[in-house]
Ligand binder design. Structure first.
Ligand code: ADP
Ligand code: MG
Length: 307
């Protein structure tokens, strides 16, 4: 059996710095990680997860712009981005596999994914994650959701509760066993709470790296690759003594996390996700740049958390 490789793609896999995020740009950018994933699919069974920050932000902006159509709640927008980004990844992967192998026989599927969160998660008490567009300051008092003044202006804030379990883990496991390449957990998943047997979507955003590590753990993945726009995790990031780490033991990574070496909301959750995966029994976890996924899998790039 080929080992299972889970690749988590950051938002920059689709929209680069300074780009407006047209569909053409997104397809062009995607071919960089996806061509590598196509080659890796010869050696590994593949799961792809992805962020949705800019895309869900654009959908939120469309909500604010148009008063003729009813406003859609965040959970619906996250579901929409799983569809649109899933489509872009699937079709790009299909093209890359065709380029590589001609009439290929690989099966690809995108799974709409819910992620259970705890309604008593402390994250719900103080929503802190800014999402979507800068809003009109005068509307602050009338907004139907919490918002705060950030450095960029007034923005909506939502809670970022921790992922408890991936609801579709059994489906994803079976699909992998059947040989499918699976795209799942987009945008960190659709956050749901459970009352009895019923699921309810909630206004929240789950960190996609923590959700990816949870999925990797629950389906028994062997390798977790977190691909982003920097070569790995650095200490003194952006400062004179900056040093990118290559191999970090779990204890050192934990200490560094506690000491705040890695910014919360960006590199912090990536190191935490990699650590969690290794501690839950995963074989390898590497944080690397989008263009060095294959090199990271081979052990020649990125920051690897080791036991
Ligand atoms: P993604 O969309 O891939 O999740 P993020 O913006 O959330 O990307 O996280 C990657 C960013 O983390 C980098 O662009 C970098 O600016 C930032 N970062 C913060 N602290 C560190 C650190 N200690 N080492 C490396 N990058 C860091
Ligand atoms: Mg991120």
């Amino acid at each position: 059996m080929r080992p299972i490789l889970l690749v988590a793609l950051g938002g920059n896999a689709l929209i680069g710095k300074g780009e407006s995020g047209t569909v053409e740009e997104q397809f062009r950018n995607l071919s960089v990680p996806v061509a590598q994933i196509a080659r890796l699919s010869r050696q590994f069974r593949i799961i792809i997860t992805h962020g949705n920050g800019p895309q869900v932000g654009h959908l939120l902006l469309q909500q604010e712009c148009c008063s003729q159509a009813p406003r859609l709640p965040l959970e619906i927008l996250v579901a929409q981005t799983q569809g649109q980004i899933g489509y872009m990844i699937e079709s790009t992967l299909d093209n890359e596999l065709t380029r590589l192998e001609g009439e290929h026989q690989k099966l690809i599927v995108t799974v709409l994914t819910y992620v259970l969160v705890d309604e008593n998660d402390p994250g719900f008490l103080t929503p802190t994650k800014p999402i979507g567009p800068v809003l009109n300051e005068d509307s602050l008092a009338k907004l139907p959701y919490p918002a705060v003044k950030t450095v960029r202006g007034v923005r909506r804030v939502v809670a970022s509760p921790r992922p408890v379990t991936i609801i579709e883990k059994r489906e994803i496991k079976q699909l992998i066993a059947m040989g499918f390449i699976v795209i799942a957990c987009g945008g960190g998943g659709i956050p749901v709470i459970r009352h009895g047997r019923a699921f309810h979507g909630v206004d929240a955003v789950i960190d996609k790296d923590l959700a990816s590590a949870k999925l990797a753990e629950e389906v028994g993945a062997d390798i977790l690759i977190i691909a982003t726009d920097v070569e790995g995790a650095a200490i003194a990031y952006g400062e004179p003594g900056e040093k990118f780490l290559r191999r970090v033991g779990t204890e050192e990574a934990e200490r560094c996390l506690r000491e705040g070496c890695f910014a919360p909301g960006s590199m912090g959750p990536k190191v935490e996700a990699a650590l969690k995966f290794i501690k839950s029994g995963g074989s390898r976890a590497v944080i690397c740049s989008i263009d060095s996924i294959e090199k990271a899998v081979a052990g020649g790039a990125g920051t690897e958390i080791v036991r």
